[in-house]
Design a protein around this ligand. Structure first.
Ligand code: ATP
Ligand code: MG
Length: 458
């Protein structure tokens, strides 16, 4: 179905005076409970409580967005979003455990212990002209803060499969945009003219990639067409928002598919320009192989229910850049430790212009990188110090990735695998018999202050 924007909106408005008795002749479809698979047993008790309480107070109340989309697939939704015709103040009046958030567009958060149910009032178009005053010169949506009706709310959503409304009155699903059929066919289709919608909010391009990868839905050709050309618009999006999206993209359990789609639509280069350059300039397989391994590891950990961190993945993304910078600095005479520190700072300093990650993430990345050369220097107490480092585990996992992709020696990785599992006796022996290590002799320095020893290598 094409986006007929204002004309269809006016058309629907004329036909539908009340959304209480929708039918297909009025420009939307209603799928009764018998025609779909969403059951109340799949919906969180707290979301149901909110839906029922709004209804019993005389308001419309629907589940909408990703939760309906996921429930139809039998997946457990990340969160349950509710929409209603009640204003934020009216919502607050009927829930004691409710807080209003947001300055421009107020939303209600209803708290149940750790679970928060977000309740939004239908959004409308501002102004009689259909919202021409809402947009930025180059098409970006600046204001989106006017309340409306369900018929207005639907057009502000991104994809047809994200615009299905589950009605708590009769458990039916209301569909204004042919999203139900798209869902059945596994098609991800932007509502409306894709160029306009991407201009309004370029993050929709990243959402397209995320949903397409996560749900294994085919991106509709029309929605895909303009992506490569519009990728640069992402540069105008605040880098903190881009970082949030990057986390969702890569920590969603389908990181490999996400990476491939980002590359296909030329979005990866906008998010990680230095990484992209390294991938394009690489002679061998190495940077790409390391990246794919890191992404694959992340996906498997998520599938196994293990925790994942963003800094590990980001360390892999920027590793080749760091290595190149280190090589230049060492060539200029800087010592390796210092070179790693400076290179890490530089690589991070450039990347945060695109995806602004928190300081602690950058700190952990620098630790993972800084430990890599230290894995080679194992003599004396050094190996023990590396083992005791709080970032040892992540840095060791990173060393394994490097070894598996030919960027570090396999013997070295094996040595560390054995070392961390060995008992203290064996560890001491391993340190004494490091293959290829120079012998170190401890000697008392004549002029040394009492009991102080210095190590002199021969
Ligand atoms: P998930 O929660 O699984 O990441 P979701 O689709 O629920 O996916 P949310 O960010 O929770 O994503 O947004 C809820 C709904 O709000 C979406 O389904 C969509 O209808 C609407 N929405 C969110 N972000 C946008 C956007 N940038 N442009 C248009 N509509 C959006
Ligand atoms: Mg959601």
């Amino acid at each position: 179905m094409s986006y007929r924007k204002r004309s269809i909106f006016d058309f629907i408005k004329k036909l539908v005076s009340s959304p209480k008795s929708p039918d297909s002749e009025s420009g939307f479809e209603v799928y009764p409970r018998s025609a779909h698979t969403v059951s109340r047993a799949q919906i969180s008790d707290n979301a149901l409580k909110v839906l029922y309480r709004l209804k019993s107070n005389g308001y419309q109340s629907y589940l909408v967005g990703g939760c309906v989309r996921d429930l139809l697939l039998g997946l457990e939704p990340k969160d349950f979003d509710v929409v209603t015709d009640a204003s934020p103040e009216q919502i607050k009046a009927i829930f004691r455990n409710c807080r209003l958030i947001g300055r421009r567009f107020r939303l209600a958060h209803v708290h149940f212990g750790r679970e928060i149910i977000e309740v939004a009032t239908f959004r409308g178009a501002s102004g009689d002209d259909g919202g021409a005053d809402r947009v930025h010169e180059n098409g970006r949506l600046l204001r989106d803060n006017v309340y409306g009706t369900i018929e207005e709310d639907v057009w502000r959503r991104d994809f047809t499969v994200n615009a299905l409304y589950y009605n708590i009155r009769d458990f039916s699903i209301i569909d204004y945009v042919n999203g139900f059929k798209d869902h059945q066919q596994g098609i991800l289709r932007l509502i409306g003219d894709s160029e306009v919608r991407y201009r309004e909010d370029p993050v929709r391009m990243l959402r397209a990639v995320r949903f397409s990868a996560k749900l294994d839905f085919q991106l509709d050709p029309e929605s895909a067409k303009s992506m490569g050309e519009m990728a640069n618009l992402l540069q105008d999006v605040p880098s903190a928002r881009l970082y949030d999206e990057v986390l969702k993209l890569f920590l969603s359990g389908s990181a490999i598919a996400v990476f491939e789609l980002l590359e296909r639509y030329r979005l990866f280069a906008v998010l990680f320009p230095d990484t992209d350059k390294c991938l394009r300039q690489a002679e061998g397989d190495f940077p790409r192989a390391l990246l794919l391994k890191a992404l694959g590891n992340t996906d498997s950990r998520i599938a196994e229910g293990k925790p994942v961190t963003s800094y590990f993945l980001l360390s892999a993304f920027l590793w080749d850049t760091v290595q190149s910078l280190v090589a230049i600095k060492v060539q200029k005479g800087m010592n390796e430790v210092m070179a790693f520190q400076e290179a890490g700072n530089e690589a991070i300093g450039r990347q945060v212009n695109f995806t602004a990650f928190p300081k602690r993430v950058g700190l952990s990345m620098r630790e993972v990188w800084g430990l890599q050369p230290r894995f080679e220097q194992r003599a004396g107490a050094r190996a023990f110090r590396v083992l005791a480092h709080p970032r040892f585990r992540a840095a060791y996992d990173f060393l394994l990735l490097r070894a598996q992709t030919g960027n570090a020696s396999l013997e070295l990785a094996q040595w560390w695998t054995e070392f961390q599992e060995a008992n203290n006796e064996r560890q001491k022996e391993m340190v004494r018999t490091i293959p290829g290590a120079k012998k170190r002799v401890r000697r008392r320095k004549k002029t040394a202050v009492r009991s102080k020893h210095v190590v002199i290598s021969q």
